[in-house]
Design a protein around this ligand. Structure first.
Ligand code: SF4
Ligand code: SF4
Length: 397
């Protein structure tokens, strides 16, 4: 239940193999042993868990520098839930007082989700020392102001699919949402977008604000559990991870909500993964595009989500995939990390940008809206977008 006490014995299972080192973006950026996951676990054990060492500003810095990318969890030889332990530690550390950045971010997230953070971009930028232009701009009209309710395909309804719209798509990139609805409809799927959806809760969880995360999970789960649908899709891999891996862990095992969580998450898919699994009923037309694929870090909740865009867009005649040297390298965006830890995020992004430039592709595709923004902020010579928008284009939608 993301309570630090529950991880005491689990931390001791670390074999000190250091597999977690080579995949940790904060270690790779800083080249400091303190940032390797195994050492973060020891720090948590000695400070926040047992008070054997003071929870100093340096200790807090080391915990806060984690991007919660989950790369260590995915590579850990002992299968330790490292990111969950860091979340639980942050939650406990909040009781000991956080810094100004964490406080401001947390308050904004608690009040109005991502929209709250971005809608107050000016005042936040001033408080945390970030230029306003480095904060994503809200779209003129949010997706939920344009799309809500049921959208039926022209012909026979082959499947009924509910759509969970994350904050990134809703407030920054509504074009992704439009493409989701159109492509699903085009493939004979009815799309249901229930009104009343809220942030999935992952930003609050990352800040250690379990109370807010629980409230958001409960709202969304109750909304989707009652729908009679074949599947529930999201276009965002981080929202998908929140539903599939974190929602149940926000509540006690015997909480009455657990049954509904299972009912919802058992139907949950990332949209390209779902389409690839179902199979396209109409083949896309040709599209002269050379594209690279930036695989989002939050891919571990599905064994197929990281290959779905490759397979799906591989069906578009003349579209050519130009693989990045390290497709799974973190871009440094990580939710609101790029705002709260600007210098480190920029260091992490540098290698990503170098590889992108080397491909000579004319588009970079990724299923994470934060990656899309954070890479796109620097990449001006090519399009950065979600794979589903390219499929919609190939269909002429
Ligand atoms: S979650 Fe990512 S940034 Fe944090 S310790 Fe693990 S690999 Fe490093
Ligand atoms: S990969 Fe896992 S077991 Fe190995 S050192 Fe890192 S945390 Fe410990």
């Amino acid at each position: 239940m993301l309570r630090l006490e529950e991880y005491e014995n689990i931390i001791e299972k670390c074999s000190h193999c250091s597999y977690c080192q080579s995949t940790c973006p904060s270690f790779l950026a800083e080249q400091s042993e303190a940032f390797v996951a195994k050492n973060r676990l020891l720090l948590i054990r000695e400070t926040v868990m047992h008070d054997r060492m003071p929870y100093s500003s340096r200790a807090q810095e080391i915990l806060d520098y984690c991007l919660l990318c989950t790369n260590c969890t995915q590579t850990c030889s002992s299968k330790l839930p490292i990111d969950d332990i860091i979340i639980a530690a942050r939650s406990k550390a909040r009781q000991k007082g956080g810094g100004i950045k964490q406080f401001v971010m947390s308050k904004m997230l608690t009040q109005r989700g991502l929209a709250g953070v971005l809608g107050k971009a000016g005042s936040i930028a001033q408080k945390i020392g970030v230029a306003t232009k480095e904060i994503p701009q809200l779209a003129g009209r949010s997706f939920d102001k344009m799309y809500s309710g049921t959208y039926s395909p022209a012909g026979e309804v082959k499947k009924r699919v509910a759509y969970f719209v994350g904050c990134g798509t809703n407030f920054i990139f509504p074009d992704t949402g439009e493409a989701v609805v159109k492509v699903l409809n085009h493939n004979g799927m009815e799309v249901i977008i229930p009104p009343g959806q809220v942030c999935c809760g992952i930003p609050s969880l990352g800040e250690g604000d379990l109370e807010s995360a629980r409230a958001m999970v409960e709202t969304n789960i109750k909304l989707f559990a009652g729908l009679k649908v074949d599947a529930i899709v999201t276009d965002c891999t981080s929202c998908g991870m929140m539903f599939k891996e974190k929602a149940a862990r926000c509540f006690a095992d015997d909480d009455p909500l657990q049954e509904q969580i299972v009912a919802v998450t058992s139907k949950m898919w990332e949209v390209t993964d779902y389409l690839q699994n179902e199979g396209l009923t109409i083949q896309p037309g040709k599209l002269d595009i050379k594209w690279s694929y930036h695989v989002p870090c939050h891919r571990g909740w599905s064994p197929t989500v990281k290959d779905a865009p490759r397979k799906l867009l591989g069906q578009i005649p003349e579209a050519e995939l130009r693989e990045l040297e390290h497709p799974e390298l973190c871009c440094g965006g990580a939710g609101t990390y790029f705002m709260s830890h600007r210098e480190q995020a920029e260091k992490i992004r540098e290698q990503r940008l170098e590889e992108i430039n080397n491909t000579k592709a004319n588009a970079v595709l990724t299923q994470c809206p934060v990656c899309r923004f954070y890479i796109g902020f620097k990449v001006k010579d090519r399009e950065v977008t979600h794979p589903i928008t390219i499929l919609a284009r190939a269909y002429g939608l």
